[in-house]
Design a protein around this ligand. Sequence first.
Ligand code: F6R
Length: 234
Amino acid sequence: MRIIVVANASEGGKAAAQIFSQELQNGAKVFGLATGSTPLSTYQELCNSNMDFSDCTSINLDEYVGISASNPQSYAYFMHQNLFAAKPFAHSFIPNGMAKDIEEEISRYNHLIDENNVDLQILGIGQNGHIGFNEPGTSFDSLTHKVALTESTINANSRFFSDINDVPKEALTMGLKSICKAKHILLIAYGKNKADAIDKMINGPVSEELPASILRNHSNVTVIVDEEAASGLK
Ligand code: F6R
């Protein structure tokens, strides 16, 4: 794991955008994308850059079940607002949380991931060590699946909703095995509330209790952390 410590999220966005740029120059065509607060400064940098993704494919990690792409809380809407409107990709895939047949949607997504080998996967991390919506206890062998969100994740996500009761209780997510198929993984974390998860990911046991610890079994992982998120590292 390469660990890059930056002063703040704005510097982290610049460092991450540089990695995107290097990957593009090296011929990367498939980018695995995440939502949430963490990638925002990275997407801002990409939007303001002259990078061109018009012959690339994007595959998003996850989506809520039961809200449509036109709902401002959906991850599809988030991606459009924060990246795709300014930087269109040739193909952009996000799990369809409105699919009538969720099992069929899961198998479609698994095929997509197999057919489009992700060159660079960007990840945030939850305070409990989740990546994607893979909560503690998720099998390291998991592929795309439907999850019931934990209370801690529902609480964390409620900041984006006017009423906590509106936060969806289920999501579709790429599994831990799916995520680790990416050739290069870039995990980013900012803020004191991520310090414990970052310390456990880097120094704790590789365990399904801390889903992000699976990244220690991957040969090409870059971690960008700000000083606060790095503050628990020995
Ligand atoms: C989002 C995702 C989640 C987030 C994580 C951190 O697509 O998969 O795992 O990366 O919950 O969220 P933020 O960045 O909002 O702290």
